[in-house]
Design a protein around this ligand. Structure first.
Ligand code: FAD
Length: 649
């Protein structure tokens, strides 16, 4: 059930309300009380959060302090109930910032406040909606937009275009919505960004059953959003876009798609939005003999639910983000699990990772003005830009490659402590699971101890040796043959083959795949010179390894696209295109930033963050606030219109 600001009225008695408050984040509760009373004095008493600890949400308040703040909050909430739910008066900007700083346990920099306010959508005004009011109805209806893909990005594009009244069609190769969250049905699959932030800002959800939801719940969330916004009727399912060609004369894209019966169809589009994801093409390693294996072999993103793993000997090849979730989910069912891992993973302690959302939290999100938004703020704040300090390499740091700088070293000690605590005195296992590269060199995985508990089981074995070949009955390494019945490929995705296998032909017959070679790039991850009226969502240089959620980024990108459409249409132009210079300058800056991060460091091997040229092309190195600003207030002076025949604004 999605309520946004359509809160339910409190009809509960005093005891029920008091009981609900036992579950909640007390700092977020206090912020909500400030919101519903308009009274900032709740922030100014002697009790205040002491330390902002990620995934803790209680600000390190002790039991007595929490009880006192709950008592004050209860009084205010009961008064609000008894007064008949008066509409909260908007808080002045200085109180909003004071509330943020109180929750964050430090002064929140002014430049962040508008970004946080937008993400929190506290008044329900949906400030990221696209409005294009410069068109008469006939012109509006004559525009054609094709969106490729109906994962979260494509669905978002659909919602925003629908809000703007712009006609569109979404073409999706799957039979249903969700993309990642439709395809990855492997055991244990769940999000590793807090779910109340990994959802659209305009569709907060008060009914997630876990703080880090499993795949079925995420899939349902996207399906419900699609239904609420009536998007399904504009999607062509089971249809794959195979090529796009720019028709210079008509200033249109020729979009070629292949339908469920294999027939190809051409259609014109003024605008194309590519929302095909970075992690949609499974990577199947070229292991000698793999096709000769006698038993079932499948990729995590193509999980074969007909294969019963109970009592089977299973090889799991790869143990990155997906394998890390699969292992603990199947270990107690299989006879034997052999995990083949090329490099160890850093994991962050997170007690909430498999925790259920208490009824009190759901109650608060449903009934208390501002609670869900302030809780979302806490999630975003912990996922904001601080981690960039961990990933930037200090060239003079003597601790390389174990750590990248002094802060990275501090982080490393905490992460090593967590691993050692769970491994205990098993020196052999410890040697296998301690990474030999700086923290955050690869995706930092969320852990509640399950992974290491799994590896310590009698029936689980961790192998760090290279796989030499696959034989009919097992996996062969330099000095052993591991006999197994099933092979699970937890080998990730062809992330660097951006937009593949589509053939995209732009101005003058330029092929995007050739233009990019092994180095895909786009201005702000969204536009490429020579490819007018083509916009990418979750394009090159936009994956997030230090902060945020991809949904946050997609919403930023969609704001940019909205602004581009407005500029294009208001000016009566036929095409908009980034100039080569704007693109080159941007890519140079992006690569210079990325080169100084742990993601690019040579000690980080076997990382999908790196392309075949050893450089990083998929990630964003920017502070969220900078990317937000660049996409919220785009500068189109570096763009050209109608192929350069019209000066840019
Ligand atoms: C297992 C897993 C866990 C993840 N966990 C997180 C997380 O915790 N936090 C986070 O921020 N991100 C996470 N990600 C990244 C995730 O991919 C993004 O968060 C997000 O789901 C991407 O959405 P998208 O719509 O851009 O792409 P996708 O979800 O990949 O959707 C792309 C869609 O495009 C369709 N498509 C592709 N090519 C074509 C074509 N030629 N024609 C028609 N349709 C096409 C696909 O079928 C798909 O439906 C995870 C990814 C995986 C694989």
């Amino acid at each position: 059930m999605y309520r946004g600001l359509d809160l339910a009225q409190i009809t509960d008695d005093d005891e029920t309300v008091a009981a609900a408050l036992e579950d909640v984040s007390v700092p977020a509760l206090v912020a909500s009380v400030v919101h519903l009373t308009g009274d900032p004095s709740y922030l100014r008493g002697p009790i205040r959060p002491r330390a902002f600890i990620p995934n803790e949400f209680q600000g390190s308040l002790d039991q007595d302090e929490r009880a006192e703040l709950r008592r004050q909050a209860l009084e205010a909430i009961l008064a609000y109930r008894d007064a008949g739910f008066p509409k909260p008066v908007p808080l002045p900007p200085e109180v909003l910032r004071e509330t943020m700083s109180w929750l964050a346990c430090e002064e929140v920099a002014a430049e962040y406040v508008p970004m946080f306010m937008e993400e929190m959508n506290i008044d329900g005004s949906d400030p990221r909606r696209i409005e294009i009011d410069c068109l008469d109805e006939a012109t509006r209806q004559s525009i054609s937009v094709v969106v490729i893909g109906c994962g979260q990005s494509g669905l978002l594009a659909g919602v925003r275009l629908a809000q703007a009244g712009i006609p569109f069609t979404i073409i999706e190769k799957n039979p249903d919505v969700g993309g990642t969250w439709y395809e990855n049905t492997y055991p244990g699959c769940r999000v590793d960004v807090g779910n109340h932030f990994y959802c659209y800002s305009f569709e907060p959800n008060d009914s997630f059953s876990e703080f880090f939801s499993r795949q079925p719940e995420l899939y349902r969330y996207f399906r419900d959003v699609m239904q609420r916004w009536g998007i399904a009727g504009q999607v062509e399912w089971r249809t794959e876009v195979v090529s796009l060609s720019w028709d210079e004369e008509r200033a249109l894209w020729d979009v070629v798609s292949r339908g469920p019966d294999g027939t190809e169809r051409h259609r014109d589009a003024d605008i194309v939005v590519c929302a095909v994801g970075q992690l949609n093409l499974p990577y199947v390693p070229d292991l000698p003999g793999l096709s000769n294996f006698d038993g079932p072999v499948f990729h995590t993103a193509r999980w074969d639910h007909d294969v019963d793993l109970a009592g089977k000997r299973v090889a799991m090849i790869g143990a990155g983000a997906s394998g890390f979730q699969v292992g603990p989910a199947i270990a107690n069912e299989v006879d034997h699990l052999v995990v083949f891992q090329r490099s160890a993973q850093w994991m962050a302690p997170n007690a909430k990772y498999r925790e259920a959302v208490g009824d009190g939290v759901k109650w608060a999100m449903r009934h208390l003005p501002g609670y869900a938004s302030w809780y979302r703020f806490m999630l975003l704040y912990q996922a904001s830009d601080k981690a960039l300090a961990v990933v930037r390499i200090d060239p003079d740091w003597p601790g390389l490659p174990e750590s990248a700088n002094a802060i990275s070293e501090e982080r490393r000690k905490i992460l090593v402590g967590w691993i050692e605590k769970h491994v205990g005195d098993d020196a052999e296992l410890l040697a296998k699971v301690l990474p030999d590269y700086p923290p955050m060199g690869k995706r930092l995985l969320q852990d509640d101890g399950s992974w290491l508990r799994c590896l310590k089981r009698e029936n689980v074995e961790m192998v760090r040796d290279e796989i030499v070949r696959i034989e009919r009955s097992g996996v062969v390494t330099a000095d052993a043959c591991h006999e197994v019945d099933v092979i699970v490929l937890a080998t990730g995705f062809r992330a660097n083959e951006m937009l593949a296998p589509m053939n995209i032909v732009g101005r003058g017959g330029a092929r995007l795949a050739e233009q990019w070679g092994v180095a895909p790039a786009a201005h702000l991850g969204i536009t490429v010179p020579g490819f007018p009226n083509l916009f990418l969502l979750y394009g090159p240089g936009t994956n997030l390894a230090h902060a945020g959620s991809i949904i946050f980024h997609s919403e930023c990108q969609m704001q940019f696209i909205g602004a581009a459409l407005r500029t294009l249409l208001a000016g009566g132009h036929r095409s908009i295109e980034v100039t080569q210079k704007t693109y080159d300058d941007y890519v140079e800056r992006l690569q210079a930033e990325l080169a100084e991060t742990v993601w690019a460091h040579p000690s980080v091997r076997h990382s999908w963050y790196k392309g075949p040229d050893g450089r990083v092309h998929v990630l964003s190195p920017w502070r969220l606030v900078d990317y937000w600003r660049m996409t919220k207030y785009p500068d189109f002076s570096g763009y050209m219109f109608d192929g350069g025949s019209v000066p840019s604004p």
